[in-house]
Design a protein around this ligand. Structure first.
Ligand code: A3P
Length: 307
């Protein structure tokens, strides 16, 4: 029998408190569950989501480890999917942050605000930071398409630490060591990436695997692939009318960053920092970079995956 959201949440809260614990860079601890470290306050929601999530056959999932470019992927996917519904001059993304238009499922269930999913335009675009193995069974076994975005390890670490440093994070050197050991939120990062990567190799219809650096390099190509994957390819007419370019520009860092909703709102402004590939060089010493790169190489060995 399926528990109610509240029943699931209270049962799973108790369960989570029995799991191995680690400091989570900020006040909230992380707990280890089935090989991954997840925020203590979010994990009960994820476990509840596995039990109560009601899947709609049209759902589209966007997945990523935090700081991999989630906000960008959400804006792009939402804009592509709903392009016949909303014009660029009167668009939800002009008034709402991408995370409001594409809610993080994990937080939705952790916050007991499942009703927020009911107000989304169809098809729903839903976000998650969970590893593939943590997704509700129906999401894995149905035709529900999943778009996964990954980003180079050192840039994720630097971006993550900056976000959390605004909330009294532990010193960078300490965060670095924990990250290298995989004891970081949603870590180990390599396992997170490889779970989605492996599915994308075996089932190209299930998971579209994107890289932040490739998207930055050629956003037109990425947006075209994305639209093809979710079954709403750009028509010849749209291409002629520059719609692909318009989507890219509408969701660009500079455009989104300067919107009032993202600029004058402390809840959102940390989402738009620099958006520079290789910014880690300004924060990580050569010695640290070598150490982390070596771990990355070891962890990815035999997987066929490289950044
Ligand atoms: P930096 O901190 O390196 O600047 P997430 O959305 O997963 O939290 O990732 C945040 C990172 O994506 C930040 O990286 C942010 O600047 C960058 N970002 C946000 N919006 C973007 C956009 N429209 N295009 C490219 N990068 C973007």
């Amino acid at each position: 029998e399926i528990p109610t959201l509240e029943e699931g949440e209270s049962k799973n809260k108790e369960l989570v408190l029995t799991l191995p614990v680690e400091q989570g860079w900020v006040a909230s601890a992380i707990r280890q569950h089935q090989g991954f470290w997840v925020w203590e306050r979010v994990l009960p929601g994820i476990l509840t989501m596995q039990e109560v999530f009601k899947h709609d056959p049209n759902d589209i999932i966007v997945a990523s480890l935090p700081k991999s470019g989630t906000t960008w992927l959400k804006a792009l996917t939402f804009t592509i999917v709903h392009r016949s519904k909303f014009s660029f001059s009167d668009h939800p993304l002009l008034k709402f942050n991408p995370h409001d238009c594409v809610p993080v499922l994990d937080h939705t269930y952790a916050g007991l605000v499942e009703q927020n999913l009911k107000i989304l335009p169809s098809p729903r675009v839903l976000g998650t930071h969970t590893p593939y193995s943590f997704l509700p069974e129906i999401v894995k076994t149905s035709d529900c398409p999943i778009i996964y975005l990954c980003r180079e390890t050192k840039d994720v670490l630097v971006s993550f630490w900056h976000m959390l440093s605004a909330r009294n994070s532990i010193p960078f050197n300490q965060a670095f060591e924990l990250f290298c050991e995989g004891r970081a939120p949603y870590g180990p990062i390599w396992d997170h990436v490889l779970e989605y990567y492996t599915i994308s190799l075996h089932n190209q219809k299930k998971v579209l695997f994107l890289k932040y650096e490739e998207m930055m390099n050629d956003p037109i190509e990425a947006v075209t692939r994305l639209a093809d994957f979710i079954g709403c390819p750009f028509t010849e007419e749209e291409v002629k009318q520059n719609v692909v370019v318009k989507v890219v520009e509408f969701c660009s860092f500079n455009k989104l960053k300067d919107l009032d909703v993202n600029k004058n709102n402390s809840k959102n402004d940390f989402l738009f920092r620099k958006a520079v590939v290789g910014d880690w060089q300004n924060y990580i010493t050569a010695e640290m970079a070598t150490k982390l790169d070596k771990i990355t190489e070891e962890r990815l060995q035999d997987s066929g995956f490289t950044y």
